[in-house]
Design a protein around this ligand. Sequence first.
Ligand code: SD4
Length: 329
Amino acid sequence: MINRRKFISRTALAAMGILAIPAWLRAVKAASPVFPLRGNTPMVISTWNHGYEANEAAWKVLESGGSAVDAVEQGVRVPEADPDNLSVGLGGLPDRDGHVTLDASIMKGNGECGSVTFLEHIKHPISVARLVMDKTPHVILSGEGALQFALENGFGKENLLTEKAKKAWEEWLVKAEYEPVINIENHDTIGMLAIDKQHHIAGACTTSGVSFKMHGRVGDSPVIGAGLYADDEVGAATATGMGELVLKTLGSFLLVEFMRNGYSPQEACEEGIKRIVEKIPGYENFQIGYLAVNTSGETGAYAIHKGFNYALFRDGKFELIDSDYYLKS
Ligand code: SD4
């Protein structure tokens, strides 16, 4: 883990301009937008073990020379369509009033991004977020307006509340104790980051959010900089877990900025969790998992609790990896 002295010395170096990008390099970068991107790519990384199937779909796009943004969109559509996944798209657990409301965001390393929040009845919120990015002058569409936009663009309206999710909600209603539960094992939100053969980076994040949440609650996943951030010059990061902790620390942006200042993706993830530990009382009752990748294709992951894992595809090697974590005892 990075100690304070190391951080201060990096900050001092940055202030002295030693870590800053020299003018000649800025000129080369401007002339060649792919210049800073190198390393072992294409690659794709995503949260939790269901990331494996999602990565397979993303990998097909990357392998055939497709773009990172197409790869992450196609990748996360897999858990969105899976009725057995209780935290994403179809089959997501509803809010406490029985509505399945979805959040999703997508971002390209050139800064283009789009998101939807509090969207009902549409199985693939990530593709609506993609259209917000591609077809509107806006970044976020929410609720009824997002639904209207989706319907106008050919998306079908569906009932997303499966029998399984309805049963879980009815069981919850017996006590109806309102406690936002994002604990150690209760997640499936997918955050995915990819780098394509052209060395561009992109990310996507999609979720039904905290189960039995208040109607109208929006988490970190659709907030650019919180649940997701990507920058072709540096890298990308995504988050899973109790979104309020990520929102309060603007986690993914923070991780990318740590990397911009010279931290490795692993160090950035650890520092992001450390920020939560230092700033948010009661953090130990919740799980957060961070994933990050830099433009060289190096990856990092870190969580508050044991149990976070992620899927990494690269070089024809497909791995499911357990993340390191903060609370060891
Ligand atoms: C949220 N971060 O809405 C999401 C939930 C999540 O695994 O990641 N669950 O707060």
